[in-house]
Every structure is written in structure tokens, then in C-alpha cells.
Design a protein around this ligand. Structure first.
Ligand code: ADP
Length: 614
């Protein structure tokens, strides 16, 4: 049973007080009555002796009347009952009763003792006066002769009355003491329980996690020791919690900043941890899937199979996972068992690497080799064909010979162009890979004018008007030869794909963080299906036209790489039949991008998905 502290100490208080009172009362009452009886006995004896001394001479039957009268008088004077008894036991006189009505007193214990010559004493109930009486009898001697017994008696009821009063007083004072004890008990229990109560509240605060709060160190040694111990516990707990939280945060930060996707599952395939990279790769939200089974949370059959394999194999496992979607994602997965401190299996840890880019790059490189071979093969085949024709006799005909040689020359030029462009591309790639591209802050107008100059002949052939708009004081960090090359490529395309007497607009717009150079034409435009791949090497929207116009199919790829080398990007918006706008964006803060970062965005009306890797 749970009781308040005060109810636990009060019964003990009461019991102690009661026991003390009873013991004291008993001792007091016993001593008081012993004292009273002894005093009464001594008084009775003294009185009896005095009387005996006075009447020793007249102690005989013939003096009975005088003795009777004397006893009555003495009794009146002293309030004591006197009885004179003869040695035979016959009553000679009595202060209360006439002797005739009294029986022989020889056998009364006190008288019997007195008759033997010593003082007799007895206390008993008297039928004569109907009270408890104390009797003291002394022998009366006359000339060494026992002549009778004088008995003095007093009622002993006064002691009972006195004790009654004492008992009443003790009860009353006992109650007062009890009341005081109760008050003291309440006070003491409060004094003890208040700090305990305070400590309970403190402990509850600690339990709620308010560990920086401290308990007041005040009160008895035990209480202060307890408070100190609790404060120390709270401090230790606080420190430990902080360490745990810090470690947790560190772990979270490490996981969150990992490029690899990390996924941890328990033995029943429930997701314990998933970092942001993994969640992004798998297209889920980390908060939603945590704690759920992988089957219901991530519906990717390949991944589920891999997790099962990782959980069932002791050694680390490796595999490829393809996530089908709008764009297929290729993941390289590593899985290993998670083990606890004592080596028990806790689940499995899966690390996912997005190798989509790598796979795409591999494809692109494969395609590139095929494309280069194909591009080079075409002019070589042509040259070889004409050489054979010449060898077979055409050389004898000067007209056709010079015509064939001219064609061969054109094909050789084409080969040269392709190889030049490939070399430019390779050099830009190499420079930006090694972050060696030197950038100097210089006037953009100069660069644009040089490019316009370089394209002047081509423009004049088609009577295309080029209009450059550029703030003359605009100076930005650039690599002038490369940017010129990019501008020439864009301008050449714009002129090539413009109608006769068309117009090309070059517009430099200076922004807070970047400068945008737009090259706009009102030519044939590009169908939106081509836009995503336009900046790939050898990609041509209109193959026949490009070939006819002597394009290598590498111009825009070069532009894109130059943009990347400047840390910028190139984008295109185009509507077939209306024209195209190519935008080169150059950041003002020089930052080198290596070729792996995206450098192109395309936009058509309507918007098209981002382009492929070139
Ligand atoms: P090319 O040497 O064939 O011009 P580019 O890489 O410079 O190669 O361009 C790729 C393709 O993009 C071209 O074949 C052409 O179809 C298309 N193209 C480029 N610029 C324009 C433009 N201004 N207008 C229309 N089509 C263009």
C-alpha cells in the first residue's frame, strides 16, 4: 500500500507517545498509591500509638463507656475510625458502631497480628462502612501485659479519586501531546518530503530531456547527496546524449554528402537507413520509406532481388541494376552483410553507384569511333575511287583528269577539315580536363568583331547582313582564341542555314553573374526531335544539306566544349521555318569545368528533354 510520508511516520509517533504515557502513568500511579498507602499506614500507626499510650491504663471492660466516648471524640477530631479490641477479640468500643453489634474481631488479620505483639496492617472492604478501608492495629500493653488492641482505620477511597483525577489529567495532556506530535509530524514530514517532491519534479524534467536543468543542493546530508548524485547523472546523460547526437549527425552528414547511394536493410528486408543520394536514384523520399519493407517501399524488382542476394550471402556481392523509367538508370551495386558487435547479422548494406553516364559515355565513345571512321571513310573512298579511275586511263584525258583532281582536292580538304576539327576538340577537352585553359579579362566586342570579320567572305557570298550588338566597354574573363572559334562556328552555321540576303543578329547581354551571347538567324530552323542531340559530335539535323554546305558535323560540339571550358553552357531554341537562336553563357566568375559537367541545355517550343552526352 502506498501512503503519504506523513501517514507513515504519525502512527509510529502515536505508538511511542502512547507507550510512554502508559508506562509513565503506570509507574506514577504505582508509586503514588504506594506512597499514599505507606503514608496512610504511618499516620494510622502514629494515631493508634498515641491513643494506645493514653488509654493503656483504662483498657478494661469496666471502662468501655468512657472508651466508647473517647473513640467517638477522637474520630470526630481526626476523621479516623478507632476500634478498641480486647485480647479475646471482643470489641470494647468503636467510633462508628456500638460494640454489641460487632462480632469477635480476633480473626481480623490486622487484629490477629497485633494480638501476637506486633503491628498488624490490612486493607479490605468493610461491611460496616461499605468502603475500602486500611486498618492498622497495634497491641496495647500495660506493665508488659497485653491488655488489648487499638485499631485505627481510614477509608482508602481518596487514593482512587486522586488517581482518577491524575488519569483524567494524563488523558487530556496526552491528547494535547498527540496534537502537538501530529503538528510536529506534519512539519517534519513536510521538511523531508518537500525536497523529495522537488527532486521528483527534477527527475521528471530530466526524463523529459531537460538535462541542462539542475536540482538545488539544499537540505539534509542524505538529500543533498541524492541531489548531487542526480545532478551528476543528468550531466553524464547530457554529455552522452550530446555525443550520441553529434555522432548521429556526423553519420548523417557523411551519408548525406556521399555521392553513392547507401541503403541499409534489416534481416527482414525493412529499410533502416537510406541516404539522399539513394532516395534520389530510386525516386523515393527517405522519410517515407524508412521503417518500411523494401518490397512495398521500393518497387524495383532488380533491387529487391539484389537485396535478397546480399542478405543470403556471407561474402560481399556485386551486380548491375537497371531501373527502367523515362530514362533508364544503370546502377552498379555492392552489397555486404551488416554485423553487430558480437558478429550477429543485423541486415545488409547496399551501396549504389550511378553508372548511367559511364555507360552512356561508353556508348558515345563507341559511336564516336564508328562515326569518325565513317566520316573519314567517305572522302577516302571517294579519293581512292578517283585515283583508280585515273590509273585506269582517265589520266590520259586532261579535262576529266583535272576535274577528278579537283574533286580529290575537295575531298582531301574535307578530310583536313574533319581532322582539324577533331584536333581542336581534343585540345579543348585536354586543356579543360587539366584545368589549364588560361582566361584573361578582355573586351568582348573585339572578340565578336574578329569573328564577324572571319565570316565576312561567307556572309558576302550569301549577302547575309550580320548585326553585332555589344556594349563596347564589356570586359569579361575569356580565352579569346577559343571564344572566337565558338563565335565563328555559330556564325558560320547561322549564315549557312540562312536564306540569301538574310540577317544574323549577335547580341551580348551582360548580367549579374554571367554574360549571354545570342546568335540569332531567321533561317530554316531545326525540328525539335533533333534538338536534344544537336551538340553531339557528327550529329546533323539535315545530313544532305550539311554535307553540301561542307559541314563536318563537329561545329556545335566544339562550341559546347568551348562553353564548358569557360565554365558556361550553350543552349538553343528553334522553330522550324522561323529560325534559331544559339545562346552562349559565360559566367563572370572564372570557373573551370571539366568535360563531365553538363554544358548544354536545349529549348524548343514546346520544351524538349536535355540533350545526350556528345
Ligand atoms: P555542321 O558542320 O554540319 O554545320 P554543326 O555541328 O555545326 O555541324 O551543326 C550540326 C547540325 O545542326 C547541322 O548539321 C545543322 O543541321 C544544324 N544546325 C546548326 N546550326 C543551325 C542553324 N543556325 N540553323 C539550322 N540548323 C542548324
Amino acid at each position: 500500500m502506498r501512503l503519504r510520508f506523513v501517514w507513515q511516520i504519525l502512527p509510529a509517533f502515536f505508538f511511542l507517545i502512547l507507550l510512554t504515557l502508559l508506562l509513565l502513568t503506570w509507574l506514577f500511579a504505582r508509586n503514588l498509591s504506594t506512597f499514599y498507602l505507606e503514608e496512610t499506614a504511618a499516620g494510622l500507626e502514629a494515631r493508634a500509638r498515641l491513643v494506645a499510650f493514653q488509654i493503656a491504663d483504662s483498657f478494661a471492660l469496666d471502662h468501655s463507656d468512657r472508651l466508647d466516648e473517647l473513640s467517638i471524640r477522637l474520630s470526630r477530631e481526626t476523621g479516623t475510625r478507632f476500634t478498641f479490641v480486647l485480647p479475646s477479640g471482643a470489641v470494647l468500643a468503636d467510633s462508628l458502631e456500638s460494640p454489641e453489634h460487632m462480632e469477635n474481631h480476633a480473626l481480623r488479620p490486622e487484629v490477629a497480628i497485633a494480638l501476637t505483639g506486633t503491628i498488624g496492617q490490612a486493607t479490605r472492604y468493610s461491611n460496616t462502612v461499605h468502603k475500602n478501608m486500611m486498618y492498622v492495629a497495634i497491641p496495647v500493653q500495660n506493665q508488659d501485659q497485653l491488655v488489648g488492641v487499638v485499631r485505627a482505620a481510614l477509608p482508602v477511597t481518596t487514593i482512587d479519586q486522586t488517581l482518577g483525577i491524575v488519569y483524567r489529567q494524563i488523558i487530556v495532556s496526552g491528547m494535547v501531546v498527540m496534537l502537538i506530535a501530529t503538528l510536529i509530524g506534519i512539519y517534519i514530514s513536510r521538511r523531508i518530503s518537500r525536497p523529495l517532491e522537488e527532486m521528483r519534479r527534477g527527475a521528471e524534467r530530466f526524463a523529459r530531456g531537460e538535462l541542462t536543468e539542475r536540482l538545488r543542493i539544499k537540505g539534509s546530508i542524505e538529500i543533498t547527496a541524492l541531489a548531487t548524485a542526480m545532478n551528476t547523472t543528468a550531466y553524464e546523460l547530457d554529455q552522452r546524449m550530446r555525443t550520441v547526437v553529434r555522432q548521429h549527425n556526423e553519420q548523417e552528414a557523411v551519408l548525406a554528402s556521399m555521392v553513392e547511394g547507401v541503403l541499409a536493410v534489416d534481416t527482414s528486408e525493412r529499410i533502416i537507413r537510406i541516404n539522399r543520394a539513394a532516395a534520389t536514384l530510386l525516386g523515393v523520399s527517405p522519410e517515407e520509406v524508412k521503417g518500411r519493407s523494401i518490397q512495398e517501399a521500393i518497387r524495383k524488382a532488380d533491387l529487391q532481388r539484389f537485396v535478397r542476394r546480399a542478405l543470403s550471402t556471407r561474402d560481399p556481392v556485386e551486380g548491375d541494376i537497371v531501373l527502367h523509367g523515362n530514362e533508364d538508370l544503370y546502377l552498379q551495386a555492392h552489397g555486404s552483410l551488416l554485423r553487430g558487435e558480437s558478429g550477429q547479422e543485423l541486415g545488409a548494406l547496399i551501396v549504389l553507384n550511378d553508372v548511367t553516364r559511364l555507360r552512356r559515355l561508353e556508348n558515345v565513345r563507341r559511336d564516336f569511333v564508328a562515326n569518325v571512321s565513317h566520316e573519314l571513310k567517305t572522302p577516302i573512298t571517294a579519293i581512292k575511287g578517283f585515283v583508280e579511275t585515273l590509273q585506269e586511263g582517265a589520266i590520259a584525258d586532261p579535262d576529266s583528269a583535272s576535274q577528278f583532281l579537283e574533286i580529290m582536292m575537295r575531298q582531301a580538304d574535307r578530310l583536313n577539315d574533319i581532322i582539324d576539327d577533331l584536333l581542336i576538340l581534343a585540345r579543348i577537352e585536354q586543356d579543360s580536363d587539366q584545368q589549364e585553359l588560361p582566361l584573361t579579362t578582355m573586351s568582348l566586342t573585339t572578340v565578336i568583331n574578329t569573328a564577324v570579320q572571319a565570316c565576312a567572305n561567307l556572309a558576302a557570298e550569301k549577302q547575309v547582313h550580320i548585326e553585332p550588338i555589344c556594349p563596347s566597354d564589356l570586359r569579361i574573363p575569356i580565352n579569346a582564341p577559343l571564344l572566337e572559334q565558338a563565335m565563328i562556328n555559330l556564325l558560320t552555321n547561322a549564315i549557312k542555314y540562312s536564306p540569301q540576303q538574310g540577317k544574323v543578329l549577335i547580341e551580348a547581354i551582360h548580367g549579374d553573374h554571367k554574360t549571354t551571347i545570342n546568335v540569332r538567324d531567321w533561317g530554316c530552323g531545326i525540328d525539335k526531335v533533333h534538338l536534344p542531340r544537336l551538340f553531339e559530335r557528327f550529329y546533323r539535323a539535315d545530313k544532305a544539306r550539311s554535307r553540301k554546305l561542307g559541314g563536318t558535323g563537329l561545329g556545335l560540339a566544339i562550341v559546347k566544349h568551348i562553353a564548358q571550358a569557360h565554365g558556361g553552357e550553350v543552349s538553343v531554341t528553334s522553330t522550324p521555318g522561323e529560325g534559331s537562336t544559339f545562346s552562349l553563357q559565360i559566367p563572370l566568375k572564372a570557373q573551370h569545368h571539366n568535360s563531365s559537367s553538363p554544358a548544354t541545355t536545349v529549348q524548343a517550343s514546346p520544351k524538349t528533354p536535355p540533350d545526350q552526352e556528345d
